[in-house]
Write a protein that binds this ligand. Structure first.
Ligand code: URA
Length: 446
């Protein structure tokens, strides 16, 4: 006998603090996917979960039901060996977070296979897909067969979320976004993991960010989220570790789209000059991906291997091959300065006092990029890939009057002045050298 779905009964039980069964959750998610559950009911359910939370079993059931709402990639059917080191990283997002662009090639250069499904920027934080789209011709939506072929031949491929993977999340997330129900640990966990697990990964590393540039502003909240994600993902059969990383300042020296691709290429081709925090977080994530996927046995050995792949240029070569395989042209490492379009006005934001950069409202810096046109506040809006910030200072930098705090790349002086004022007021300079925290603060394992 088929059990009828009565959404309001499931919502009522969650509202009253009852524990829902796997069946209740499965039926509700089916209703989200096929349209039998209305937006108003999704919204009420999300608010009930927001206030009452979910038990570990409920959270796992929600994640799996959302994963199974669409296709789940089966890599064995696509010609990969069972147990192949198919591994991905997911970041909860932050300003200047370009790590995926260099990380996937580093891990691939060490023998991992990285089918990375990434997203677009929303709010103050940028998106990997938008960054890649600043490379003319780059195709972020190859067919699944082409995606698999690139992973097999190159070692990594970075694409966008296709319509067939976790469709329940797309609808659920859109409703949460406009009903103040995003910040719920079980809902975030199910949303992120349903998408990641539908990619059929054999292991996953999470970069859970905290601080003024992340959407979990405190370390405590980020840690709770990381612990929940690690628990649910492992229970669902995907070995997962999380790194808690600091987003109280921009990651790297650029924020935008084309400017971040330029920083990535310079990072890969000239790593001795790369930003140290960006190197540290990238190598740490790479090392955990190599260990989680079984390519290396210890974090120490994996760290050495990942560093070598960066320093000997093999990761750079893989980046170039991946871009070529996805339509972005053959020689991106030597042609990027003419291929990538960066806005012509280069405006220096000058420091008004002597001292040390002591704090940064990183969200405000991200919003300055959005206001220049480099990000979107509406998921369907078009962005300007050419604008952004470069040479961004870091906490602990010694500065003097007139020294550059950052440079703005825009199309006209008036926009440069608006952006410069916003960035300047987001950066605090004081007399005392601040305590500079390491970028990776904690590792969360099962
Ligand atoms: N990112 C997601 O994909 N989902 C959330 O719920 C929050 C951040």
């Amino acid at each position: 006998m088929t059990v009828t779905l009565i959404p309001q009964e499931i919502i009522r039980r969650k509202r009253d603090g009852e524990i829902l069964s796997q069946d209740d959750i499965g039926r509700f998610v089916e209703g989200i996917t096929d349209g039998r559950v209305a937006d108003s009911q999704i919204s009420a359910f999300a608010m009930a979960v927001f206030f009452n939370g979910m038990s570990p079993d409920e959270g796992a059931a929600l994640t799996l039901a959302m994963r199974d709402s669409g296709d789940v990639i089966n890599w064995v059917n696509l010609g990969f060996e069972a147990g192949a080191p198919i591994v991905d990283k997911h970041s909860t997002g932050g300003v200047g977070d370009k790590v995926s662009l260099m990380l996937a090639p580093i891990v691939a250069a060490c023998g991992g296979l990285v089918p990375m499904i990434s997203g677009r920027g929303l709010g103050h934080s940028g998106g990997t897909l938008d960054k890649f789209e600043s490379i003319p011709g780059y195709d972020p939506y190859p067919s699944i067969n082409r995606f698999a072929k690139i992973v097999k031949t190159v070692g990594c491929s970075i694409i966008g979320q296709t319509g067939e993977l976790a469709p329940a999340d797309r609808r659920f997330y859109a409703v949460r976004d406009v009903t103040a129900t995003v910040e719920s640990i079980p809902l975030i966990t199910a949303s992120i993991l349903s998408k990641k697990l539908s990619a059929g990964l054999n292991s996953l590393v999470m970069d859970v960010k905290f601080g003024s540039g992340a959407f979990m502003s405190t370390h405590v909240q980020a840690k709770q989220l990381a612990q929940n994600i690690v628990r649910v993902a492992n229970a669902a059969g995907t070995p997962t570790t999380a790194l808690l990383t600091d987003m109280n300042q921009v990651l790297g020296r650029t924020a935008g789209n084309a400017v971040e691709v330029v920083e990535t290429i310079e990072f890969l081709t000239n790593p001795s000059l790369a930003d140290k925090r960006l190197v540290d977080v990238t190598i740490a994530l790479a090392a955990y991906m190599l260990v989680m996927s079984g390519v290396e046995q210890s974090v120490e050995k994996a760290t050495v291997k990942a560093t070598q792949a960066l320093e000997n240029g093999s990761a750079a070569e893989i980046f170039e091959k991946m871009v070529a395989a996805q339509g972005g042209g053959n020689n991106i490492l030597s042609t990027y300065s003419s291929k990538l379009s960066v806005a012509p006005v280069d405006y220096v934001i000058e420091c008004a006092e002597d001292g040390y950069v002591s704090s940064m409202d990183t969200r405000a810096v991200g919003m300055a990029v959005v206001e220049m046109g480099g990000g979107r506040t509406d998921p369907t809006a078009k962005i300007d890939h050419a604008v952004g910030l470069t040479h961004i200072c870091q906490i602990g930098d010694r500065v003097t009057v007139g020294a550059p705090l950052a440079r703005v790349r825009v199309h006209d002086e008036a926009s440069a002045e608006v952006a410069a004022a916003a960035v300047k007021s987001a950066i605090t300079v004081s007399n005392e050298m601040p305590k500079v925290l390491p970028v990776v603060s904690e590792i969360i394992e099962v």
